[in-house]
Design a protein around this ligand. Structure first.
Ligand SMILES: Cc1cc2nc3c(=O)[nH]c(=O)nc-3n(C[C@H](O)[C@H](O)[C@H](O)COP(=O)(O)OP(=O)(O)OC[C@H]3O[C@@H](n4cnc5c(N)ncnc54)[C@H](O)[C@@H]3O)c2cc1C
Ligand code: FES
Length: 480
């Protein structure tokens, strides 16, 4: 189903690239990160082109819950412990500046995007100490935060930390205006980057600077992001006939829920899991049960889901793609906080390209880890596995799939290889190789969304084998 944002807002369509072009900077990916980076670069007088494999904001950005907040769960107490006060302050300053930048752009361009200033709360059902610690940590890094035990949720909490001056909006209404003045090519998938040339199916772009804003970076070497990020999916319902809230809320527990208002709806999210993880029960059904318990009179109007990338230390990777590529930049690893993180990326990367110092850049540097030489071997090995499996023809005898029920997906063994089968309501079967075309991991069936999902780095494919989400770049091998 569509998210409430895509149901209510259409963004102007753009043409495909159809020739070779040159520009100063090319941004790959037209989600929130790519659009904002291009927008800030253009404001600074840089000639910029955006290329998008699908359509503007058709990736995770259309399925976000769109809270604009520096409150990223209980992050500041953890950051101070793990990386020290100075870096934690950089993280906080960058996110507070990002919130302000959204407001400035919305005011300057007079954008009607249901922008509302709202406090954000992280609450706990079990523990006051961690909330108190986070409140003190947030205050120590310069955030306007307070401890409270009173919230407008329809259930009692032990305690909550409240951040003042946060915001919420409709992200597509915002992007539809901000992207208007940008030079964008849609349906132009980038297959490869060679030095300063971006190679697409429809033409090449030569540029001094390249920004990879593709959600999960698709260039495996250098950078090795596939060794340091995985993806997590979660689910959202828009509910009507429910009392509205005085703020945006999130449970500190991984198993808890997220809430915000939009018009007369409460947007209710949760039931997250690692992409590609085997589940015994439908995540949508679990979320619906929870919604009915909390809001017995509620009615579901929309449902949708999305996923986001998480790095090893749960801090985004923003800056140079690798030490070896001085003119290639990356924005990824937003850990479900990509509204402010996209703006942080745009501010840092546009400063780097225009050679302006940014006092908050260090904490996000993708070079904060050394990726070892063995990574290259791992990549070569994975690539070989995929290539050899892609070459093998997939023809499955019908006797092998008789036991698969209609409306069900399953993995069967055929000649020593795993083959994915999905039977639709009429019994028509669709076969795919369940070897991920990224680096060869074994895919899992996702019964909620009828897709084949990869537990390694989160690529997803529909039941016919067509690519839905990267880092893979090509469809699955299909069978007969
Ligand atoms: C359920 C859920 C709720 C969330 N709620 C919030 C929230 O309340 N607040 C918040 O701050 N964050 C939230 N997030 C996170 C946020 O939505 C994401 O971090 C953000 O939308 C990511 O934006 P992006 O531009 O990086 O990626 P995307 O929006 O996915 O954009 C990447 C684009 O790149 C394109 N692309 C990919 N590969 C190529 C290629 N090879 N060539 C050309 N184009 C390519 C894709 O088609 C896509 O359009 C949430 C995430 C989830 C999962
Ligand atoms: S996404 Fe990397 S192996 Fe599947």
């Amino acid at each position: 189903m569509n998210s409430v944002w895509s149901a209510e807002c259409q963004i102007e369509k753009r043409i495909k690239l159809s020739r070779d072009i040159e520009t100063d900077t090319v941004v790959i990916g037209a989600g929130m990160a790519g659009i904002l980076t291009a927008f800030l670069l253009q404001e600074k007088g840089i000639k910029v082109v955006v290329v998008e494999g699908n359509e503007v904001a058709s990736g995770m950005t259309k399925n976000t819950t769109a809270k604009i907040t520096a409150q990223h769960n209980l992050i500041y107490s953890r950051l101070i412990k793990e990386i020290g006060l100075e870096k934690a302050k950089q993280y906080a300053r960058a996110n507070v500046a990002a919130i302000k930048r959204y407001k400035d752009i919305i005011d300057e361009l007079n954008i009607d995007c249901h922008y509302e200033e709202m406090p954000a709360y992280v609450y706990s059902l079990r523990d006051k100490i961690s909330i108190l610690d986070e409140t003190n940590a947030a205050i120590s890094v310069g955030i306007d935060a307070e401890y409270t035990e009173t919230v407008s949720l329809p259930f009692k909490v032990k305690a909550a930390v409240k951040f003042n001056n946060q915001a919420q909006f409709n992200p597509l209404e915002f992007i539809s205006v901000v992207s208007k003045r940008l030079d964008i090519y849609e349906h132009t998938m980038v297959r490869e980057v060679k030095d300063n040339v971006v190679i697409t199916d429809n033409g090449n772009i030569t540029a001094r600077n390249i920004v990879v804003a593709t959600h999960y970076p698709f260039i495996n070497v250098p950078g090795y992001y596939f060794l340091r990020m995985y993806q997590k999916r979660s689910y959202v319902l828009a509910l009507e006939n429910v009392p509205l809230l005085d703020g945006m809320y999130k449970d500190e527990s991984e198993k808890g829920y997220s809430f915000r208002n939009y018009k007369d709806y409460v947007i209710f999210g949760g039931e997250g899991h690692k992409t590609g993880e085997k589940r015994l029960e439908s995540s949508y059904e679990k979320l619906r049960k929870a919604a009915k318990e909390i809001y017995p009179d509620s009615k579901e109007v929309y449902n949708w889901s999305a996923q986001d990338c998480t790095g090893l230390d749960e801090i985004p990777y923003i800056g140079r793609y690798s030490a070896k590529t001085p003119h290639m930049y990356v924005a990824t690893g937003f850990n479900k906080w990509g509204m402010t993180s996209s703006m942080v990326s745009a501010m840092i990367i546009s400063d780097m390209i225009t050679e302006k110092e940014n006092e908050n850049a260090d904490v996000f540097s993708p070079q904060r880890f050394n990726v070892t030489a063995s990574a290259k071997n791992l990549y070569e090995q994975g690539k070989e596995t995929v290539t050899s499996l892609m070459l093998k023809k997939l023809v499955i005898p019908s006797s092998d799939i008789e036991h698969v029920a209609n409306n069900t997906g399953a993995i069967i063994e055929y000649e020593g290889h795993k083959v994915g089968v999905y039977k639709d309501g009429t019994g028509k079967a669709y076969f795919v190789s369940t070897t991920c075309t990224h680096l060869g991991c074994q895919l899992e069936w996702n019964p909620d969304e009828l897709s084949w999902d990869c537990p390694c780095h989160g690529s997803r494919f529909d039941y016919e084998g067509n690519l839905i989400n990267n880092p893979a770049l090509v469809d699955l091998k299909k069978g007969e």
